[in-house]
Ligand binder design. Structure first.
Ligand SMILES: [Zn+2]
Length: 217
């Protein structure tokens, strides 16, 4: 099974994708983690990615496509994948389709989590991440047991630069320009399922996602 989770930054893609992956035995490919990981390595692709990640700038399609292909090439192909944060543009979607097709695979479903802009801004303003293990928290919705410390590893929590309000609003504008057209792209391909209760609690959203996944058969 190959799934794509679409939605604005902060719509809950990562949380839902990681749970889907765990419960269905799929590999979770999160573009944000993939980029941060690559930026820390000294591989040729890592060196290309690093300046963009450090500036919080958009990584060009050809670089991110190369990273994803590299990742797909190193996977156990018996397992499916949940893509989270990728594709982000029509070019990336086309490249992903071609890469999967060369492996004899295809996207089975695209799950689009709908959330209003006001809720997205509220979520990002309170989000904290662990410097050591990347676990995420929210000051209201999912506070750590000890303020400022990661429950899982005791690492220091911080606000990712991408979550600061000015940068976050810029990411929303970019999302609307570049990624929102993917909704139509996948709708026309007959692959899109809209998850309309994206603002409800995590379990409710997950139920709706699972119902859509089970319908694939
Ligand atoms: Zn941690």
């Amino acid at each position: 099974m190959y799934l794509v989770i679409l939605g604005a930054p902060g719509a809950g893609k990562g949380t839902q994708a990681s749970r889907l992956a765990k419960e269905m035995g799929l590999v979770h490919i999160a573009s944000g983690n993939l980029l941060r990981e690559a930026a820390r390595s000294d591989s040729p692709l890592g060196l290309q990615v690093r300046p963009y990640v450090e500036k919080g700038a958009l990584v060009p399609d050809d670089i991110i496509i190369a990273l994803i292909k590299d990742k797909l090439g190193n996977l156990d192909q018996a397992r499916g994948v949940v893509f989270d944060g990728f594709p982000r543009t029509r070019e990336q979607a086309q490249a992903l389709g071609a890469a999967l097709s060369s492996m004899g695979k295809a996207i089975d479903r695209v799950l689009y989590i709908k959330v209003s802009e006001a809720e997205l801004v509220r979520r990002s303003a309170g989000r904290l991440a662990c410097l050591a293990c990347e676990a995420t928290y929210h000051v209201q919705d999912n506070p750590p047991r000890v303020p400022g410390r990661c429950d899982q590893c005791g690492g220091e929590l911080y606000q990712r630069p991408d979550d600061k309000e000015e940068r976050f609003r810029r990411r929303l504008r970019i999302y609307e320009e570049r990624t929102a057209p993917l909704i139509d792209y996948y709708k026309q391909a007959g692959l899109l399922v809209e998850i309309t209760n994206g603002e409800e609690e995590i379990d409710k959203v997950y139920e709706e996602l699972m119902a859509a996944v089970r319908a694939v058969g």
